[in-house]
Design a protein around this ligand. Structure first.
Ligand code: COA
Length: 170
């Protein structure tokens, strides 16, 4: 069984993440999406919500499962018995950080390989934080996030929209 882990904070999962995971699912027998607690990033969505949204967004992929983890990525990979980590690369700016992470993970677990998948141009400029910001200001995010995430972001910022409408009518 050729099993790969796709780790991330997924706060929230975007169309760019789904694209990378779909590509991984065509290459590996099984893909385990591991949603990190990432306390230091102070996520907007709690861990259960990030797992639930990711699970719904990926439900069309039969060989993909979603779980959460807290702690080292190498330990999570050992737990799920995966020897490959898949990361998405959007632009050259991602490279240095990914290079550092990969080098450290090699130190921690020499038999863990990191496999990079390039995002297509239409997703290269996406990030979770830019989409949260767009949603918070009432910008259109259709097509940039799965429908369940669009709904969750709209609900989360509903009060902000109401305030904005109120102030624009004043
Ligand atoms: N499409 C859209 N956005 C993407 C993307 C893609 N294909 N790939 C990355 N991103 C964005 C994310 O949306 C996120 O954007 P934001 O910061 O604006 O919200 C950003 O890139 C970073 O993504 P994130 O999911 O936080 O991943 P990361 O590369 O920072 O790594 C972990 C997160 C969980 C994999 C990493 O922190 C980790 O391994 N933690 C475990 C602890 C550990 O083992 N540490 C030692 C490692 S050596």
């Amino acid at each position: 069984m050729n099993r790969a882990v796709v780790p991330g904070t997924f706060d929230p999962i975007t169309a760019g993440h789904v694209d990378v995971i779909q590509r991984a699912a065509q290459i590996f027998d099984e893909v385990v999406v591991c949603v990190a607690k990432s306390v230091k990033k102070n996520p907007m969505f709690d861990l259960d919500t990030r797992v639930a949204l990711s699970t719904e967004a990926l439900s069309h992929l039969p060989n993909v499962t979603v779980r959460c983890f807290d702690g080292l990525l190498v330990d999570c990979c050992r737990e799920v018995d995966a020897h490959v980590v898949v990361k998405g690369l959007r632009a050259a700016t991602d490279f240095e950080y990914e290079f550092q992470m990969t080098a450290l993970n090699y130190q921690l677990s020499p038999d863990l390989e990191t496999f990079f998948i390039m995002s297509p141009p239409k997703f290269m400029y996406l990030s979770s934080s830019i989409l949260r910001e767009m949603a918070s200001m009432g910008g259109t995010i259709t097509g940039f996030v799965p429908p369940c995430v669009e709904k969750a972001l709209h609900e989360a910022f509903a009060d902000a929209y109401a305030d904005k409408d109120g102030s624009s009518q004043r």
